[in-house]
Design a protein around this ligand. Structure first.
Ligand code: HEM
Length: 494
């Protein structure tokens, strides 16, 4: 009992000291504004909030576009305007481009471009990724990506009730195909797919902004063992996928793929190449699927936008062939529709966390080293001045000049984040999105499903879970457009 009381007393004294130090530091330095906190704990707990991006959007009306959260050990800065993201992530990119270290990730013993620390190894990987995935390198993938969109269309019409599974499988195939030249995946149960999906799940669970597992906490032994076993499983999956291309290359049967280009370039060791290749899957499979899922939701909820895009394709491309990626420049409404999907459904509402590498000062506020910085993409996409009535899906908004004479910002400029860590797969994602969406619009009408009484069922727009930005699951009707029956015919698609 005596020991317990002494323990409490020590804790109380330490708490009081920490609070006094923290308060005097906060007073001495002018930190950016944020919601009021509570003694000792600060205000960071307010970020542990379901739908935290909506909370941030709400409080940015009072606290402005640079909002500060803290507790005695961590501080977090959320940027909610394009301007603050430009000022810090782009113009001061040399100190705002690191990632918060994750002890979980270290325990897993796996690597990934997205979680790699800002430094020479990350720079080399970014350079290689860009070299093989930049706009100029993409045309070599046009034929395979287009073929895959057509295959997806055929499967979708054969199996319309499972449209979500078909879309997910399609994005998986495209990424595995382009990265590893694996095009024979026919089911989500394929071992290569489940292994790659597990790897993504493990990584995502380490990316939560404030999650750290101190390895010295003995009661976390089970969790640590589980994490180590994930690492082992993931390492062998990544090596197996990589070796598949190596074997093909050695036997002279390899076709064009991201890994083949890396092997031919030989700019780094094979271990790094294998991890870099896995970044394609981690970064690409789920993200493209979420945007396509959001596209279907938007088409079901906003049939007028769908009709306008279909008419544009009919007018420009005609009814005797499917649109190709080269048609893109002549399809401005479809282009706007894709911009609007990306804006309307922010798949990374608070981006991916960055770490500030040294103390900084911005607009007279002090921002301490190690602050975790979150790009508030959601808030930029809902900026009422730039996008009036932001919850409504309206592709034509991108052609409307505002009272101050400006067109709205293209959401590609911030939805993939900004600065040195900006998504390196953006052009690739955009190519796959255009290819799939244009082929769907040309041939298919997506509409609300009907209940037993033939009443339309309106799907919700609330994400499937507060922490993940998947649109909700819903049923919809998938019908071939009368003028396009010929285009969905198997012979046209093969
Ligand atoms: C519409 C689809 C996509 C969206 C909206 C998206 C968005 C993002 C965002 C917000 C980030 C974080 C950037 C930051 O830290 O500031 C990111 C990083 C990344 N993305 Fe994407 N992404 C998409 C598709 C893809 C695709 C298709 C690939 C690969 C083929 C990819 C690969 C990556 C990688 C490797 C990173 C980490 C970059 C780094 O940390 O240096 N992404 N993406």
């Amino acid at each position: 009992m005596g020991l317990l009381l002494r323990g409490y007393a020590i804790l109380l004294v330490l708490g009081a000291i920490a609070f006094t130090v923290l308060r005097s530091l906060m007073k001495a330095r002018r930190y950016p504004p944020g919601p009021p906190g509570i003694p000792i704990l600060g205000n960071l707990h307010k970020l542990e909030n379901d739908f935290r991006h909506k909370y941030i959007e709400d409080i940015s009306k009072t606290h402005g576009d640079v909002i500060f959260f803290y507790n005695p050990t961590i501080s977090v800065l959320v940027l909610t305007s394009y301007r603050s993201m430009q000022d810090l992530l782009v113009n001061r990119g040399s100190i705002y481009s690191d990632r918060p270290g994750s002890s979980i990730f270290d325990m897993m013993g796996t690597r990934n471009l997205g979680t790699e620390a800002f430094g020479p190894s990350w720079k080399l990987q970014r350079k290689l990724f860009h070299q093989h995935m930049n706009k100029g390198a993409l045309p070599q993938y046009f034929p395979t990506v287009e073929q895959e969109s057509r295959r997806c269309l055929r499967r979708l019409h054969r199996n319309p009730d499972n449209w979500m599974d078909e879309l997910r499988l399609d994005t998986t195939r495209v990424i595995l195909g382009v990265t590893y030249d694996i095009w024979d995946v026919d089911s989500a149960e394929d071992k290569r797919v489940t292994a790659a999906n597990n790897f993504v799940k493990h990584i995502l669970s380490t990316l939560a902004p404030v999650r750290h597992v101190p390895s010295w906490m003995p009661w976390l032994g089970d969790e640590i063992r589980l994490i180590s076993s994930w690492g082992k499983e993931d390492r062998s999956a990544i090596v197996r996928l990589f070796n598949h291309v190596k074997i093909q290359k050695n036997s002279g049967t390899a076709r064009r793929s991201f890994v083949l280009s890396l092997l031919e370039g030989g700019a780094t060791d094979e271990r790094t190449m294998a991890w870099l290749a896995s970044s394609m899957y981690v970064g690409g499979a789920d993200t493209i699927f979420v945007v396509l899922h959001a596209f279907v939701l938007a088409m079901v909820l906003y049939p007028e936008a769908q009709r306008k895009a279909q008419h544009e394709i009919e007018r420009v491309v005609g009814n005797d062939r499917l649109p190709s990626i080269q048609d893109r420049v002549r399809l401005p409404y479809v282009e706007n529709l894709i911009k609007e999907v990306i804006r309307w459904w922010s798949l990374a509402p608070l981006g991916v966390p960055h770490r500030l590498m040294e103390d900084d000062e911005y607009r007279g506020y002090f921002i301490p080293k190690d602050t975790i910085v979150l790009p508030g993409v959601w808030c930029v996409a809902r900026d009422q001045d730039m996008y009036p009535d932001p919850e409504t899906f309206r592709p034509e908004r991108f052609d409307e000049v505002s009272p101050n004479g400006q067109l709205p910002l293209d959401p590609h400029k911030f939805s993939f984040s900004m600065g040195r860590r900006m998504c390196p797969g953006q052009d690739f994602a955009d190519m796959v999105l255009f290819s799939t969406i244009s082929v769907f619009l040309a041939t298919t009408t997506l509409s609300k499903s009907l209940d037993a009484q033939e009443n339309e069922i309106t799907p919700s727009t609330i994400p499937a879970s507060p922490t993940e930005q998947y649109p909700p699951s819903f049923k919809c009707r998938v019908e071939v457009r009368p003028a396009a029956t010929f285009l969905v015919d198997d012979n046209q698609i093969e």
